[in-house]
Design a protein around this ligand. Structure first.
Ligand code: NIG
Ligand code: FE
Length: 400
């Protein structure tokens, strides 16, 4: 099946050989099945299937490389508590936070969790996200983590969006166990069974004071690696204790958050293949004043990606244009750097940069057609992407 996209004013993509933003004016795109097979000024191949871009601009579909969308119910009460002086850390100490989502998810049936999670995930598409990483992590028993990962699998099969699953059993310590007992359970029972069932590609750990320390995180991530899961780490979010260095030590594909990373952490990341993923939506939603310093990370030589961190506790933003806006306004990142961070670098952090994140021949036909004249309008219309995206094309099909 051939399909052409014609009448495009500008195609924006990252030129990896020059490490710069590339703008192709008045080019056409030829798609065969789910892949881009040609990009040129005039495509002569015949097809009846033509999309008229109406002189709009085109970008790759966004890749959201960090989300927690498999949950039941909501935690709006915590937003109001924070306004009354309770911090995220204090809410945790009073039995709220991640543990309150655990109670809700454990009570939900597979069907209930599926329907709720589908409602969480579907709207990502209208904001231009065509690939999503999704974590488990609100079950914390083998049964409930498998239930969460099976829900991801079902939604991935049903929605056009590609969803890459991450096992985040190490999101918090469940109340019924000591940390050491739970770490044993993760390593001896959960990782082997989840790997055997092929329910996850990645394994993540919340490496943070009060959650999992460096030694516990190292043990979990090295076990995950030995079962073929790729490590990623929630690192340096609230308190610095060397989580980014650990991410590099275990060859994690990504270290995420980095609000409190220091020079040592930046040096470690810049000398590695570990992508630094920033989640400014979380800083905004928690009303914190210290955003991750994207400028310093990029100047220090790190590859920086941006993601939403969509979850019930610390960020309900699904829109990547919104995240670009926050990164440019608060993390010191330029438009080109933010564009790279939500496309090619996000693809790198998910091990899919050979097929996703660029408008290139041979790449997935994941394409956004915007009713805009210039890329710089994307952050400007930060919360209106759903009205500014004319077409979302995923794997060659129009999906919005
Ligand atoms: O990335 N930091 C850990 N996990 C989430 C928050 C999860 C929650 O509060 O439910 C995050 O911010
Ligand atoms: Fe997170």
């Amino acid at each position: 099946m051939l399909k052409k996209v014609v009448n495009i004013s500008k195609i924006y993509t990252w030129e990896t050989s020059k490490n710069s933003l590339e703008v192709k004016k008045n080019h056409e795109i030829l798609i065969k099945n789910d892949k881009i097979i040609k990009i040129s000024k005039k495509i002569d191949d015949f097809t009846n299937d033509t999309i008229d871009a109406k002189q709009c601009i085109v970008t790759p579909g966004f890749i959201d490389s960090h989300t927690h969308p498999i949950f039941f119910g909501n935690r709006s009460d915590e937003f109001h508590k924070r306004l009354n002086g309770f911090s995220y850390e204090k809410i945790k100490k009073t039995g709220g936070g991640i543990l309150s989502s655990i109670k809700k998810l454990r009570r939900a049936s597979f069907e209930e969790l599926y329907l709720n999670s589908l409602k969480n995930i579907k709207p990502f598409i209208k904001y231009g996200t065509t690939t999503l990483e999704a974590k488990s992590g609100y079950g914390l028993t083998l049964e409930d983590e498998i239930k969460s990962l099976e829900v991801i699998k079902k939604i991935n099969n049903e929605l056009e969006l590609d969803i890459l699953p991450t096992f985040l059993g190490a999101h918090a310590v469940p109340q019924e166990l000591k940390t050491s007992e739970y770490v044993e359970k993760i390593c001896n029972d959960m990782i082997p069974e989840i790997a055997e069932k092929k329910l996850a590609i990645f394994c993540d750990v919340f490496c943070e004071d009060g959650y999992f320390n460096i030694d516990e995180s190292r043990k979990i991530l090295n076990t995950a690696k030995s079962y073929g899961l790729i490590p990623r780490v929630h690192a340096d979010e609230f308190k610095y204790f060397g989580a980014s260095e650990l991410a590099v030590e275990v060859s994690a594909i990504s270290a995420d958050h980095l609000m409190v990373i220091n020079e040592d952490g930046i040096r470690a990341l810049s000398n590695s293949n570990t992508v630094a993923t920033l989640l400014p939506g979380t800083t905004f939603f928690l009303n914190k004043d210290k955003y991750a310093n994207g400028r310093k990370l990029i100047d220090g030589g790190c590859s920086v990606a941006l993601a939403t961190d969509f979850n019930p506790g610390t960020c309900t933003i699904r829109s990547m244009p919104n995240i670009i806006f926050l990164a440019m306004q608060n993390c010191g990142m330029s438009l080109a750097e933010s564009f790279l961070a939500v496309t090619y670098n996000a693809a790198k952090s998910l091990n899919i940069s050979h097929m996703s994140g660029l408008i290139n021949e041979g790449y997935n036909a994941d394409i956004l057609i915007w009713d805009l004249e210039d890329l710089k309008e994307i952050p400007y219309w930060y919360d209106s992407a759903d009205t500014k995206i004319f077409k979302v094309i995923k794997n060659g099909n129009e999906v919005n």
